[in-house]
Design a protein around this ligand. Structure first.
Ligand code: DGJ
Length: 620
C-alpha cells in the first residue's frame, strides 16, 4: 500500500506556498497531496471523489521512486473536493530531499492491468502506472513452440516492450472439453524471460471474417456450427452468429483461457486480450440462413434503437439501406459480447476488438469492406452491444498520410481509447508511431515483424529479412526509454506528436503557451532556406510538456523550434537545451548542453540518432 514520506514542517510550508493556487494541475493529470498527519483520511476522500485514478497516480510515483512528497491543501466549497496538486517535474526537483520509498511489488499483488480515462484521455495502466505499448505482432502462424524463437529476438531487435501473439482455439481445445495450456504457458514463460509484456489474440470464432481457427470438431459439424448463408443461398466462408451452439462453445473456451491466465499470470505479463480477430463477414453483407431471416423481420432491439437515438421498428424501417449491415454488426457484436463477458468474469483484463477498416474518405458500402465489423460507422453500435469490450481498435494498413490521420481520428473518441494493434510493417509506416502517440494512443504495433521471413506484402519482398525490422526498430529505440513518461503525459494531456506529411513540410503543434514548429528536409545549419521535405518522408517527433516552459523533445529527421504564443511580438530564447537520458529511477542525466550552431537554427534531429533533449524556454 501507499506509504508517505513527509518533509519537515518548514519544507511543507515552503511547498504549500509555492503551489498555492495551482488547482489547474489536477486537471492536467496527476498528483496529490496530503498534509500530514491526516494523510490516509484525505487519500480516502480523494479516491472517492476521483474514482480511483489518483490511486494509480500514487502507485506511479511510488514505482518511479518519486513518492517523496506529502502535501495537500484541500477545500470543501460548494464545488466538489478541490485538491492542490503538484506536477511530476516539480516532484523531481525535491527528489533528493527525502528517502525513496518504492519497493518492487511481489508478483501476486500487482494490480490487474486496466484502461483508465480522464477527461477523454486514456492510459493503459500496467503495474499501476501508465504504459505505452510499443509492440509488434507476430505472423499468424508464429505462435507455435517450434517458431517462438523467431519471435523473441525480433522483439529485442525492435526494442519492442510488448509482443502480440495469437492463441489458437484449434490448439487450445483440440478435443472438445480438453484444454491444453502448454503453449500458453510456454509463451508466458518465454515472454518473461525476454522481458516483454504480452497482448494475446483470441483466434476463436472469427479470424479475418472466417472461422479457420476453430477446432476440427467444430469444422466437421456444420449442422451444429453453421456458416453464413449468402443472398444466393450459397455458403459463405464465415461463421454464422445465429447458431446457439457456437457461442456456447466459444464462451467455454475463452472463459477457460481467462481462468487459466488469472492463475498462471500473477506477474501480469499479459496486459490486454483481443477477442476474436477482425470479426465480420467478407463476401456478403449479412446472413440469410433461416434463423437470421427470422430475426431480420423482427424489431430492432430497443437497447440499440434507443442507444442510437432511433425510433422503434424493424431493421429495414430503422436503418433503411444500411439495414443488412447494421443487422449483421449487431448480431456479431452481441455474440462477441457474450464471449468477452464470460472471459472477463473470470479475469478482468481489458479486452478489445480489432477492425479491418473501410476507406476513411470513400467508404462505399459493404461488402466493399468487411460487413458487420467494428468499422468506423459501427463504433457506436459496438459500444452499445459489447460493454465488456474496452476498446474498438483500428488495424491501419493505409500508408497514405491523410488516410492514416483520418483513421486515427475516427477511432479516437471520448469513450474509446486509441489503440493501433496492427499496422503496416514497411518503412512508410514506421514514422506514424509519432503521430499515434501525439493522438494519445495507448499502443501501436506493426504486424508481421518476426524472423520467420514471411512477407504479407502484395508487392514487395518475397521474404522479410532481418533488415525489414530496421525502420520500426529505429523509432522504438528512441521512444522505449521514455515510453512510460509519454503514457503518463498523454493521460495528463501533456504530449503532442506528428509524423511527416509528404505534402506539407512544416507542421505545428500547440501547447498552452508555446507552439512547436516542425520542419522537414532542412540542413542542420542555416535558416534562410525553405523546408523541402525528406525523401522518403520519414520524419516525426513527440514533445512532452514537463513544466510550463519546459519540454522534452524526441524525434527523427526533423527540425524542432518553439514560438511563444502567450507573448505576441516576443521571440523564443533558449534558456537551456540539454541532451541527456533518464536513469533507471527516472531521473534526468544531462550529457551536454546544446548551444551555438546546435541551437541557432532550431534543434536538428537526425534520422539515425536517438537523442532526447530537455528544453527550457523564455522570451526576449
Ligand atoms: C489483418 C489480420 O488481422 C492479421 O491477422 C493478418 O491477416 C493481416 N491482416 C495480414 O497479414
Amino acid at each position: 500500500m501507499i506509504r508517505l514520506c513527509a518533509f519537515r514542517r518548514n519544507k511543507l510550508q515552503e511547498l504549500e506556498n509555492k503551489f498555492r493556487g495551482l488547482e489547474w494541475a489536477i486537471d492536467r493529470g496527476v498528483f496529490l497531496f496530503v498534509r500530514l498527519p491526516w494523510a490516509e483520511r484525505l487519500i480516502g476522500r480523494v479516491l472517492a471523489a476521483n474514482a480511483g485514478i489518483l490511486l494509480e497516480s500514487l502507485e506511479t510515483l511510488e514505482k518511479q521512486r518519486l513518492m517523496k512528497v506529502g502535501m495537500i491543501r484541500s477545500s470543501f466549497g460548494t464545488q466538489a473536493l478541490m485538491v492542490t496538486s503538484v506536477v511530476l517535474a516539480l516532484l523531481e526537483t525535491f527528489a533528493a530531499s527525502s528517502p525513496a520509498v518504492a519497493q518492487e511489488k511481489p508478483a501476486a499483488s500487482r494490480p490487474i492491468p486496466a484502461i483508465v480515462e480522464q477527461h477523454g484521455r486514456f492510459a493503459l495502466m500496467v503495474d499501476g502506472a501508465p504504459y505505452l505499448e510499443l509492440g509488434m505482432q507476430a505472423n499468424n502462424s508464429s505462435a507455435w513452440p517450434a517458431y517462438l524463437d523467431k519471435v523473441w529476438p525480433a522483439a529485442e531487435r525492435l526494442h519492442a516492450n510488448t509482443v502480440e501473439l495469437p492463441i489458437y482455439w484449434e490448439q487450445l481445445e483440440e478435443t472438445q472439453g480438453k484444454f491444453d495450456f502448454s503453449v500458453v504457458d510456454l509463451i508466458l514463460k518465454q515472454a518473461r524471460e525476454h522481458h516483454v509484456r504480452l497482448v494475446l489474440l483470441w483466434f476463436g470464432t472469427w479470424k479475418n471474417g472466417s472461422s479457420h481457427y476453430t477446432p476440427e470438431w467444430i469444422k466437421a459439424d456444420q449442422g451444429k456450427y453453421p456458416f453464413v448463408v449468402g443472398k444466393d443461398g450459397k455458403t459463405v466462408d464465415s461463421p454464422s452468429p445465429f447458431s446457439p451452439e457456437r457461442p456456447e462453445a466459444d464462451k467455454t473456451a475463452f472463459r477457460t483461457l481467462m481462468r487459466h491466465l488469472k492463475q498462471a499470470d500473477p506477474e501480469r505479463t499479459v496486459i490486454l486480450v483481443q477477442v476474436e480477430n477482425e470479426s465480420g463477414e467478407w463476401g456478403g453483407v449479412r446472413d440469410y440462413g433461416p434463423e437470421a431471416e427470422k430475426a431480420f423481420t423482427g424489431q430492432v432491439p430497443s437497447a440499440l434503437a434507443k442507444g442510437l437515438g432511433k425510433q422503434a421498428g424493424t431493421w429495414s424501417q430503422v436503418f433503411g439501406e444500411d439495414a443488412d449491415e447494421t443487422f449483421m454488426a449487431w448480431y456479431i457484436a452481441t455474440y462477441i459480447e457474450q464471449v468477452a463477458a464470460a472471459g472477463k468474469q473470470e479475469y478482468g483484463l481489458p479486452l478489445y476488438v480489432n477492425a479491418a477498416l473501410r476507406d476513411p474518405f470513400h467508404p462505399g458500402k459493404a461488402p466493399g469492406y468487411e460487413s458487420g465489423a467494428p468499422t468506423d460507422n459501427n463504433i457506436d453500435l459496438w459500444k452499445i452491444a459489447a460493454p465488456s469490450i474496452s476498446v474498438v481498435a483500428p488495424d491501419i494498413y493505409m500508408a497514405e498520410y491523410a488516410k492514416y490521420m483520418k483513421a486515427m481520428e475516427l477511432y479516437k473518441r471520448n469513450n474509446n481509447a486509441l489503440l493501433i494493434p496492427e499496422t503496416g510493417n514497411t518503412e512508410a509506416f514506421a514514422r506514424y508511431v509519432f503521430a499515434a502517440i501525439g493522438q494519445g494512443a495507448i499502443g501501436w504495433a506493426p504486424f508481421g515483424l518476426d524472423l520467420t521471413r514471411y512477407s504479407n506484402q502484395t508487392s514487395g519482398p518475397e521474404a522479410m529479412e532481418a533488415d525489414a525490422l530496421k525502420p520500426v526498430a529505429a523509432q522504438f529505440e528512441l521512444l522505449a526509454p521514455i515510453a512510460r513518461k509519454l503514457a503518463a503525459g498523454n493521460l495528463a494531456g501533456m504530449v503532442r506528436g506528428a509524423s511527416e506529411d509528404p505534402d506539407e513540410h512544416t507542421q505545428t503543434l500547440d501547447f498552452d503557451r508555446w507552439q512547436v514548429v516542425l520542419e522537414y528536409g532542412m540542413p542542420s545549419f542555416g535558416n534562410w532556406m525553405k523546408p523541402k521535405g525528406n525523401t522518403p518522408p520519414d520524419g516525426g517527433a513527440v514533445i512532452l510538456e514537463l513544466g510550463s516552459d519546459e519540454y522534452l523533445v524526441a524525434g527523427h529527421h526533423v527540425r524542432v523550434d518553439f514560438k511563444p504564443t502567450f507573448a505576441p511580438g516576443k521571440k523564443r530564447l533558449w534558456m537551456s537545451v540539454e541532451e541527456g537520458s533518464y536513469d533507471a529511477a527516472g531521473k534526468w542525466k544531462m550529457a551536454r548542453v546544446w548551444n551555438g550552431d546546435q541551437t541557432d537554427y532550431g534543434l536538428n534531429l537526425k534520422a539515425d540518432e536517438n537523442l532526447l533533449l530537455k528544453v527550457k524556454l523564455t522570451t526576449y
